[in-house]
Design a protein around this ligand. Structure first.
Ligand SMILES: C[S@@+](CC[C@H](N)C(=O)[O-])C[C@H]1O[C@@H](n2cnc3c(N)ncnc32)[C@H](O)[C@@H]1O
Length: 292
């Protein structure tokens, strides 16, 4: 059962007119050491983002195959990337970010985890100049695009993805969608305030305020990415938007079992959050084949 905050926000967003405006992120590239540390902690182990990472991990597993080279745009501290890479040891990953601070965290984490199927590149996702046309088997990106300052930069990123991705390549992009009211944004950002560092709550608030409007995101998706996959959003209240290619592999029992183990070893409140996310996306048309 979704929390009271989620139900109230859902009703408000259904009935309200758009009053909120987009505010760009104060840190376009995340370089501040304290904020990077707070963000990293929120993702690791049983951090507040654990259920979200697991949801995206299961989705990404559907669109990558053994032998692929997969590009992660804006990999940050590599929590998401490491989770996917651990479950897919035969796949090679390139984690790209502009932030030196984030890449240091990412490299340390990968070394601690003894993962050898990830390399890192410092680079700008809006301009993938060192990657050749049609050279990448799959592209993933999780909660990064709202960091871009404007629609031109979002369009550059989508154009670059369509240039480097192979025609039958895998694609999984997910980002926040802008909610219509400031009150909804505030309530969403503060719903887990008791479970996380204040800096992370603020970071989440800024992210929701910086999210692109679904209609803008969708029209750029149509222009550049529609040959690669479909657009989805969470039901009625588009607080998350996804572009996903068709599944490129069978639902393997061994992988399903590993994801199931991760799911049911999370604390109960994380399992509830994950269930809500699966439900809101399923109602928006996006199935979660490895987690259902
Ligand atoms: C909110 S974090 C997400 C990290 C990771 N994908 C995750 O799911 O945890 C956003 C990341 O995007 C990076 N970023 C922002 N703009 C970028 C750009 N133009 N090129 C490369 N990285 C960028 C930031 O430095 C930051 O590490």
């Amino acid at each position: 059962m979704p929390s009271k905050t989620v139900i109230k926000t859902f009703c408000r967003e259904l009935l309200t007119k758009q009053t909120a405006t987009r505010k760009t992120e104060p840190d376009l590239v995340m370089d501040d050491p304290e904020k990077v540390a707070a963000y990293t902690r929120a993702g690791r182990e049983d951090g507040v983002m654990a259920p979200v990472y697991l949801f995206h991990c299961a989705q990404i597993c559907e669109i990558i195959k053994p032998g692929d080279t997969v590009l992660d745009l804006g990999c940050g501290p590599a929590t998401q990337l490491a989770m996917v890479a651990r479950l897919n040891p035969e796949t090679h990953f390139i984690g790209m970010d502009l932030s030196t601070e984030m890449l240091d965290k990412a490299r340390n984490y990968i070394a601690q985890q003894h993962l050898s199927n990830i390399e890192f590149q410092q680079g700008d996702i809006t301009h993938l100049s060192n990657l050749a046309n049609k050279s990448i088997d799959a592209v993933m990106s999780t909660v990064v695009l709202h960091h871009l300052p404007n629609l031109d930069q979002l369009e550059n990123t989508f154009r670059e993805i369509s240039r480097v991705l192979k025609p039958d390549g895998g694609l999984y992009l997910v980002d926040f969608g802008h909610l219509k009211s400031e009150k909804s944004i505030h309530d969403f950002a503060y719903q887990y305030a008791g479970r996380q560092a204040e800096l992370f709550t603020l970071d989440y608030l800024y992210s929701l305020q910086a999210a692109f409007w679904p209609k803008d995101f969708y029209s750029l998706y149509q222009k550049h990415l529609s040959p690669f996959g479909k657009y989805y959003q969470t039901f009625i209240m588009p607080y998350m938007m996804v572009v996903k290619s068709p599944s490129r592999r069978n639902i393997e029992p061994a992988l399903t079992k590993q994801l199931r183990t991760l799911r049911f070893s999370m604390p109960k409140y994380h399992q509830t959050d994950l269930k809500d996310l699966i439900l809101f996306f399923r109602l928006g048309g996006l199935q979660s084949n490895f987690l259902s």
